[in-house]
Structures are given as C-alpha cells and as structure tokens.
Write a protein that binds this ligand. Structure first.
Ligand code: IPE
Ligand code: IPE
Ligand code: MG
Length: 247
C-alpha cells in the first residue's frame, strides 16, 4: 500500500519521545485571507477548520495536552467587526464540535479571563468546560482573552490575597507554588511551541511556562497548516537535545 506524505511522516515519529504538551500560536489568518482578496474573517473561518483537524491529529497521536492561542488580551484592539466575527466562529466551533470532542474523551479548559467575553461565546465556552470536565484522554487548553503578563499579575494578586487571609506565608512562595496560581496549574510546561505564519515572537504567550520549551517556527499561515506540518514540528522536536541547563 502506498502511503501519503502525512502517513510517511507519521511513521517516522518515535512514540516513546512524544512531547506531552504541545502549544500553538495560531497565526496568519488575516494574511491568508488578504492573499485571496477575502475579508479577514474568512481567514479565521478557514483557521477554525484547521483547529478541528489538529485537535483530532494530536488526540490520535496521544498528545496529552494541547494548548491553542485563539484570542489575546491585545486582540481587543482589532476592528469591532473582526472581533465579532472571531466570537461567532468560536460559538460555531463549540456547537459543531462539542459532541465529538466529548466522545473522544477530551477535556476543554480555558486560560484567560472569560468575564470580558460577550455573553453568547462565554456561555458556550462554559457549557463546553462543564460537559467535558471529567474527560481524561487529552486536555484541550484554549487561550481566550489570554495574555502571559495578565496571567502573572493575576497570580501575584491571588497570592497576596491568600497571604492576607492567612492561607499562605511568604516563605511558602517558590517556583512550584507560583505556577499553581497560573491558569495552567494542572498542566506541565509546554514541551513544544509551534508558531506558524513567519512571525518569530511570543506575542505575550505563556511567558512563565515556556522557560525550557522547544520553539518551532514555520512560514505557513495557520489556515494552510495541515497534518503534515504538525508531524514536521514533532519530528523537529524529536531531533532536539533538551538540556534544561545541564549537560
Ligand atoms: C491569528 O491570525 C488569529 C488571531 C489573532 C485571532 P491573525 O488574525 O493574527 O492573522 P495575521 O497575523 O493578521 O495574518
Ligand atoms: C497572537 O497573534 C495571538 C493569537 C494567535 C491569538 P497576534 O497576531 O495577535 O500577534 P502579533 O500582533 O503579530 O504579535
Ligand atoms: Mg497575527
């Protein structure tokens, strides 16, 4: 039987050396649309299809944690129509995919302050979290109104509050305790961070958690990011020598 290129790449992946936690900054939707003389929302719509596929691919590959950056604390600066478009697509995604996600035993979790989201998307997201809360095969962690700096400031405030209430002492604070106050308290740090679209920056993503993460950048726009591209990133990750400051 002839294998297609995705299957060929998949075969090369060492199942014993999989990253436990893969994080993706899904970027390039706007440029993808512009290249085709389409409105930016058309890029977000196509990008949503890639989310559906990559969640499935990651789950089949037995990735335990998948973090997707969908909307940043800075993305509120965008035109109102674009923001509304993104929120509509988020609702559409959950309505379309929640059953399948649940059947696949995937738990949906969100990092970011949901309170700022409009009612409809917030309620859909809360429904998805509630429905999938006991699932255990993979955690799908979605960054919504998420910013790394916001997350750190929020952690500091919550720590101070717990100190004031007598739940915590200053001496208790260390790296591990601090990470317990982040949105990602139940997730290990990402092993691999993928950013498509050609931008070589973090854009406020998981600033505390990526201390020893392997970075993978590629030029593909997110709406063009296919199964093969995901496998390529994993293969590149498997060729890296992680040292964590040791030898
Ligand atoms: C990423 O694509 C999606 C979001 C930030 C919501 P962009 O919309 O940033 O696309 P580009 O970077 O402008 O091409
Ligand atoms: C990061 O992309 C945010 C998401 C992918 C959700 P941006 O497109 O907002 O980042 P910059 O503006 O290029 O740094
Ligand atoms: Mg962008």
């Amino acid at each position: 039987m002839r294998l297609n290129s995705a299957q060929e790449l998949r075969k090369k992946i060492d199942p014993m050396k999989l990253p436990k936690h893969v994080a993706i900054i899904m970027d390039g939707n706007g440029r993808w649309a512009k290249k085709r003389h389409l409105p930016r929302t058309a890029g977000h719509q196509e990008g949503m299809k890639r989310v559906v596929e990559i969640v499935e691919v990651a789950n089949k590959l037995n990735i335990e944690y998948l973090s997707l950056y969908a909307f940043s604390t800075e993305n509120w600066k965008r035109p109102k129509e674009e923001i509304q478009g993104i929120m509509k697509i988020l609702v559409q995604y959950i309505r379309m995919e929640l059953e399948r996600i649940h059947k696949n035993n995937i738990k949906i979790q969100v990092m970011g302050d949901l309170k700022r989201l409009p009612d409809a998307p917030r309620k859909e997201v809360e429904r998805a979290i509630e429905k999938t809360k006991n699932n255990s095969k993979m955690i799908l962690n979605i960054g919504l109104n998420y910013g790394g700096r916001d997350e750190i400031v929020r952690a500091v405030k919550n720590i101070l509050e717990d100190i004031e209430m007598g739940k915590l002492k200053k001496e208790d604070i260390d790296k591990e305790l601090f990470s317990q106050y982040l949105y990602t308290h139940n997730l290990p740090d990402p092993d691999l961070l993928i950013r498509p679209s050609g931008e070589i920056r973090l854009s406020n993503f998981m600033l505390y958690q990526v201390a020893y993460t392997e970075f993978y950048f590629c030029d593909t726009y997110w709406p063009d990011f296919k199964e093969e591209d995901f496998y390529k990133a994993i293969l590149e990750y498997q060729s890296r020598n992680r040292r964590f400051g040791g030898v």
